[in-house]
Ligand binder design. Structure first.
Ligand code: T46
Length: 138
C-alpha cells in the first residue's frame, strides 16, 4: 500500500518540542496547501474518499484519531496519537478518519490546491479505478 508513517525529527530542549516541516527535505513532495480539522464530533467518520493524484501527509498535532486505509487489495488501520508522526498517503488509497478524541486537531499537508475533480467519493468507482490501474501496470 502506498502509505508510510514518517517519524519527524523532534527539536526538543528544556523549553519543549518543535517540529519543522520542509518541502522536499522531510516531506517528499512539493506542497501548496495546509488545512486542519478540529472540534470533530464524537462517532463521526470523515474522509470516505480517495484521491486520483493528490499526495498528503496527515499529522494529528493534538489529541488522537485513527485512519482506515484501503488500496482495493489490502486494508489497514493507523492510530495517530503523536504530533511528530506524519502519515504519508500517495496514489489511489481510500481513507476514513474516525475515533477522534475531543481535543483532536488533524493537520494535513497537501501537494496541490483543493480540487473537487481529484476526489473519488464513491467506493465502487474507487474499486473500478484500482482495477483499471492494475490492468495498465500488468
Ligand atoms: C482528505 C482528508 C484527510 C475546502 O474548501 N478546501 C479544502 O482544502 C478542503 C480540504 C476542504 N474544503 C471544503 C470542502 C467541504 O465543503 O471543506 C469542506 C469539508 O471537506 P471534506 O468533506 O472533503 O473533508 P474531509 O475531512 O472528509 O476530507 C479532508 C480532505 O478533503 C481530503 O482531501 O484526504 O481530509
Amino acid at each position: 500500500m502506498n502509505v508510510k508513517i514518517i517519524p519527524f525529527q523532534q527539536h526538543g530542549d528544556s523549553r519543549g518540542q518543535l517540529i519543522a516541516i520542509e518541502e522536499k527535505i522531510n516531506v517528499p513532495f512539493e506542497f501548496k496547501r495546509v488545512y486542519f480539522m478540529y472540534e470533530t464530533k464524537k462517532n463521526v467518520r470523515r474522509g470516505l474518499h480517495a484521491h486520483k493524484k493528490l499526495k498528503q501527509i496527515l499529522f494529528c498535532v493534538h489529541g488522537s484519531c485513527k485512519v482506515h486505509l484501503d488500496d482495493g487489495m489490502e486494508q489497514r488501520e493507523v492510530l495517530l496519537d503523536k504530533p511528530y508522526y506524519g502519515l504519508l498517503i500517495e496514489g489511489l488509497v481510500w481513507r476514513e478518519m474516525y475515533d477522534f478524541s475531543e481535543d483532536a486537531v488533524l493537520m494535513v499537508i497537501a501537494s496541490d490546491f483543493y480540487d473537487e475533480s481529484d476526489y473519488i467519493r464513491d467506493y465502487n468507482e474507487f474499486l473500478k479505478e484500482v482495477s483499471v490501474k492494475n490492468a495498465k501496470e500488468k
